[in-house]
Design a protein around this ligand. Structure first.
Ligand code: GLN
Length: 526
């Protein structure tokens, strides 16, 4: 049938383009069944990040630890897409276990940003493969995960749309855990409607995921969002009645000229469409990055304890002559060989933060900062954080009660808008691949100062994306359209000002549960 032809054509295109981009790490040879009840995604090709379980392909998490691992089951999100007729074309490259910002910590090698292949720039991480696959036209959309920015950052670098939904909306069952309290599955595609089409399929309760939001709660949230949208103009192109906040802390001095110019144009555009744009302050922002790396590493150190060489994944027996009755020997050998340098660093940092001596100073402090970050957001938004309200008031379960809560709320912001990243895609330099430097046993002391600077640099990439993760809020990066980013600039003037012509992403962030609102504004910008 024509669908079958299309499916094998899609695979030929992936094979060809992947030689330059390295976005895919497996290709699914099984063509989709043409007889699904729900045809919503019929004929649509979807790529899946390699930390999401698939029974028809390996799930490596870009780690030597899982290089030969194939899950016996499909993640709920994969099953939902298949049931909707999607063609799951393959698995995408990422940073090992989702840890990284440049997609260079991968056993499969780095992803090359397809925007201008010859410039050899990073596709961003950790979901660089998913972003590059979409940008290079190798699939219609891609699933990815975002713990601290792993969807929004690569979306920004590659010039595609990337949505990190509200925490708890999309099932994580079958998704390899990095930091459970932050991990979200999200969607990337070239347009907002395409992202929404996939999101709508996935936005359902899953009883296998204990953090999945209940159907009742989804109904209540929907009711409130509907009420809110009553006050806006019915014309989807007009933004009158909407208040957009611009957080001043998200425009640091390091922001590149490419970014600040484009974001300014977007803000003017929103005003032009009738939105009220107001500056706001989120004063705890500067603590977010440090708190994030403490909490994410702590959770990771616990989650990654399961890779022990016993149950599944890599097993490296200790050298002959060692005491084989000690399983710790097998454990240590397997983990030394199986994990890359960045993952080891996180395990050590996280384990330390959880030790009795460090717990109060690091882990507890970071939890407090997380609370402050949430409060910052709650203070500016027009409506309260429904997820938190519901946990505090178990008896509040009707939509109208929740709505009255929002009337007593003082903020005035519907959505926030800010740059997704402080710069355009950074170059992939030869040394940036940590896996090649870790082959010589991954010893930190071998690294020159430059390399250490670059390692630190890669943490700084996340400074604008981690706050929404800590607060569990919906956040979407949309590429600034060329017509806006080049406004008022001749090419010569652009070069003089350091504007490099690479994609720029702007992020729209909403209160918990307001994913639809975020997507609506994203659509208007793009
Ligand atoms: N770069 C961040 C980290 O390494 C975010 C990764 C992610 O969102 N998965 O933790």
């Amino acid at each position: 049938s024509s669908v079958r032809r299309y499916s094998s054509d899609a695979r030929a295109i992936i094979r060809e383009r992947n030689q330059n981009v390295n976005a895919f790490v497996s290709i699914n040879e099984n063509l989709p069944s043409s007889s699904t009840e729900d045809p919503t995604l019929h004929g649509k090709t979807v790529a899946v990040k390699d930390n999401i379980s698939t029974s028809s392909m390996p799930t490596t998490c870009s780690s030597a630890m899982l290089e030969n691992f194939t899950s016996p089951f499909d993640a709920t999100v994969v099953k939902l897409l298949q049931d909707a007729g999607a063609d799951i074309v393959g698995k995408t490259n990422c940073d090992e276990f989702g840890m990284g910002s440049l997609n260079v910590y991968s056993v499969h090698g780095p992803v090359i940003n397809p925007f201008r292949i010859d410039e050899r720039r990073s596709a961003g991480g950790s979901s660089g493969g998913s972003a590059a696959a979409v940008a290079a036209g190798m699939c219609d959309s891609a699933l990815a995960t975002d713990t601290g920015g792993s969807i929004r950052l690569p979306a920004s670098y590659c010039g595609v749309v990337g949505l990190k939904p509200s925490y708890g909306l999309i099932s994580r069952w079958g998704v390899v855990s990095y930091a459970d309290s932050l991990d979200c599955v999200g969607v990337m595609a070239k347009t907002v409607p395409e992202v929404k089409r996939v999101f709508d399929i996935l936005n359902v309760h899953d009883e296998q995921d204990p953090t999945s939001v209940s159907t009742q709660m989804r109904r209540n949230t929907r009711h409130i969002v509907d009420q809110i949208s009553h006050s806006w103009s019915k014309d989807p192109k007009s933004l009158s009645g909407l208040t957009v906040g611009v957080p001043q802390e998200y425009f640091p001095r390091e922001l590149s000229p490419s970014i600040s110019h484009s974001v300014r144009q977007v803000i003017q555009h929103l005003q032009h469409l009738g939105a009220k744009v107001v500056p706001v302050s989120l004063p705890s922002t500067s603590y977010a990055l440090s708190a994030y790396y403490v909490l994410a590493s702590a959770e990771a150190s616990s989650n990654l304890a399961r890779y022990d060489g016993i149950q599944y994944g890599l097993r490296v027996p200790p050298p002959p002559g060692s005491d084989l009755t000690k399983t710790s020997n097998l454990y240590a050998h397997t983990r030394s060989k199986g994990f890359g340098s960045e993952v080891k660093k996180r395990i050590l940092l996280g384990t330390y933060a959880l030790t009795a001596d460090a717990f109060d100073n690091y882990f507890l402090q970071a939890q407090k900062v997380r609370q402050l970050i949430r409060q910052d957001f709650d203070r500016v938004f027009r409506y309260p954080n429904l997820l938190i309200r519901l946990h505090q008031n178990h008896h509040v379960d009707s939509g109208s009660e929740l709505l009255s809560l929002s009337e007593s709320h003082h903020g005035q912001i519907d959505v926030l808008i800010h740059p997704s990243a402080i710069q355009t895609a950074p170059p992939l330099n030869a040394n940036a691949n940590a896996e090649s430097s870790s082959e010589s046993n991954g010893e930190e002391q071998d690294k020159d100062k430059d390399q250490k600077d670059r390692d630190l640099d890669s943490y700084v990439q996340d400074v604008l994306t981690v706050p929404a993760s800590l607060a569990g809020l919906p956040a979407m990066s949309v590429p600034v359209p060329v017509s806006l980013s080049h406004k008022n600039h001749t090419e010569q003037r652009e070069r003089d000002k350091g504007i490099d012509g690479w994609p720029v992403g702007v992020s729209v962030v909403g209160q918990w549960g307001c994913d639809e609102v975020v997507m609506r504004i994203g659509q208007v910008i793009s």
